[in-house]
Design a protein around this ligand. Structure first.
Ligand SMILES: Cc1cc2nc3c(=O)[nH]c(=O)nc-3n(C[C@H](O)[C@H](O)[C@H](O)COP(=O)(O)OP(=O)(O)OC[C@H]3O[C@@H](n4cnc5c(N)ncnc54)[C@H](O)[C@@H]3O)c2cc1C
Length: 419
């Protein structure tokens, strides 16, 4: 009987370690997460349910350890499979809950500039790897978005960081940081460490772009109350203020020019994750709707046996199959810079934005189609679909949204000069 594992994954590209994690996430989903999934939306303010689950995923399953060298207790997933590993994990977690998926994977997202080959920062690995690989919950947060706009900060090729208002000033051996971030995944009381997009000089272009790590308990850091959103309640989002916050000067990821360069790799991995979450949503939508159309009888026969249902069912299955293909091709592209270009190149950023855009649009499309088939049952909490329907919209909105995706894709492929 066909199921989600019959949509084609490129088996020869996926490392055993990713299959091992995938199986663990599936078990965790079945036994721990899915029994409480319907309650997650009520937990947006306190995370009484979410926090222990986050610990299970990041600490007990070991997802927090994935990128760190083994001498610090990390899994040291090899650079040449890290994209594929990300695809598997984001897909499996997204199938359970895309809001939870983003909370889990955003923990290590800001650490990529210092943890990945070929640009490891040994000094910062020594400082932070033991915290991510320990027995206590330790969570990262990538703080980019500011009140005056998120997209412009991520639109690095056009705006070169000129709109960043969070400042970093070197005083002796310390950075002094002032500014205000909004929206980051895991902000509020969740995160222990922020990767903060700052500027040392907004007029200096990419040379002024600085990526600096700030412990959440540093003096001068404060956070606001969680925002109540349409969905994605397992991801907590709040304001973060930095007021004369001092951190050692070594806490800057790399330095002038290089921070902006490797920030593009953060965008690439964000695109890959978004595509993976979308594939997970589509596959769980397929599972939910499959059960429904098998059992639901209209006009004397199961819903799936009516030719008009094939319009929606066929589209959902097509999206699950094709989005899986493009997700793993994008992952492979990230894993093989020798063949496809560096993950921080505008080419790979644009191509992964295309994959993210296509897969997230398909997630929205499929949840809509599934709801049309399930009718009022799809719209009710018990149908288990409406959460994906609400959550999936966000997959098309963050990281500059569809517009910035399309702008960066067009800029690259049409060689635009002013876009
Ligand atoms: C659940 C969730 C998780 C999030 N996680 C994070 C996180 O981990 N870290 C973080 O820093 N932020 C995070 N965000 C914030 C999110 O990434 C931003 O909201 C998003 O990038 C858009 O920024 P903005 O809201 O400031 O909109 P704006 O930047 O003001 O954009 C407004 C509109 O303009 C469009 N647009 C963008 N550029 C252009 C252009 N050049 N020309 C024309 N139109 C354009 C956009 O697509 C959008 O439709 C998260 C938000 C949510 C809801």
């Amino acid at each position: 009987m066909p199921g989600i594992d019959d949509f084609t994954r490129p088996k020869e590209w996926i490392p055993d370690v990713a299959y091992g994690f995938a199986e663990a996430v599936r078990n965790f989903g079945r036994e721990r997460y899915l029994p409480v999934r319907r309650k997650i939306d009520e937990d947006w303010r306190k995370h009484e349910i979410v926090e222990p689950l986050l610990k299970e995923a990041l600490v007990d399953l070991g997802i927090n350890k994935a990128i760190w060298p083994s001498e610090y207790g990390g899994m040291d997933i090899p650079r040449e499979v890290i994209g594929t590993f990300t695809a598997v994990m984001s897909e499996e977690l997204g199938r359970i809950d895309s809001g939870f998926a983003v909370a889990v994977l955003c923990s290590i997202w800001p650490m990529l500039p210092i943890a990945l080959e070929p640009h490891r920062n040994q000094r910062l690995i020594e400082e932070f790897a033991p915290k991510f690989c320990g027995d206590e919950l330790y969570v990262g947060c990538n703080a980019m978005t500011e009140p005056q706009g998120g997209s412009d900060i991520e639109n690095l090729d056009a705006l070169k960081g000129r709109t960043i208002r969070t400042t970093a000033r070197l005083e002796g051996d310390e950075w002094v940081i002032n500014g205000h971030k909004i929206w980051p995944t895991n902000s509020g009381k969740v995160a222990d460490l922020f990767g903060v997009v700052c500027t040392t000089d907004p007029k200096a272009g990419e040379e002024g772009f600085a990526y600096i790590y700030v412990p959440a308990d540093a003096e001068g850091v404060s956070v606001g109350e969680p925002y109540q959103k349409a969905g994605m309640a397992a991801d907590m989002n709040t304001d973060i203020w930095f007021e004369n916050v001092r951190v050692p000067k070594e806490y800057r990821a790399h330095g002038p020019g290089l921070d902006a360069k490797y920030f593009r790799e953060i965008i690439t991995f964000g695109n890959l994750g978004t595509a993976g979450f979308s594939v997970g949503v589509i596959k769980n939508t397929y599972e939910i709707v499959k059960e429904w159309v098998d059992e639901r009888v209209v006009a004397g026969k199961p819903l799936k046996e009516h030719s008009i249902s094939a319009v929606n069912l066929g589209e959902i299955a097509t999206a699950a199959e094709i989005c899986t293909h493009v997700l793993y091709m994008a992952a492979r592209m990230v894993d093989r810079p020798d063949l496809y270009g560096e993950p921080w190149s505008p080419k790979v950023v644009a191509k992964t934005r295309a994959v993210s855009l296509f897969c997230s649009d398909m997630a929205v499309h499929c949840t809509n189609r599934a709801m049309e088939l399930m009718g009022s049952y799809g719209y009710s909490r018990e149908g288990d679909l409406e959460k994906h329907w609400r959550d999936s919209k966000m997959l098309t909105l963050w990281m500059g949204g569809r517009q910035l995706d399309l702008i960066e894709i067009t800029r690259y492929f049409f060689e635009c000069q002013t876009l």
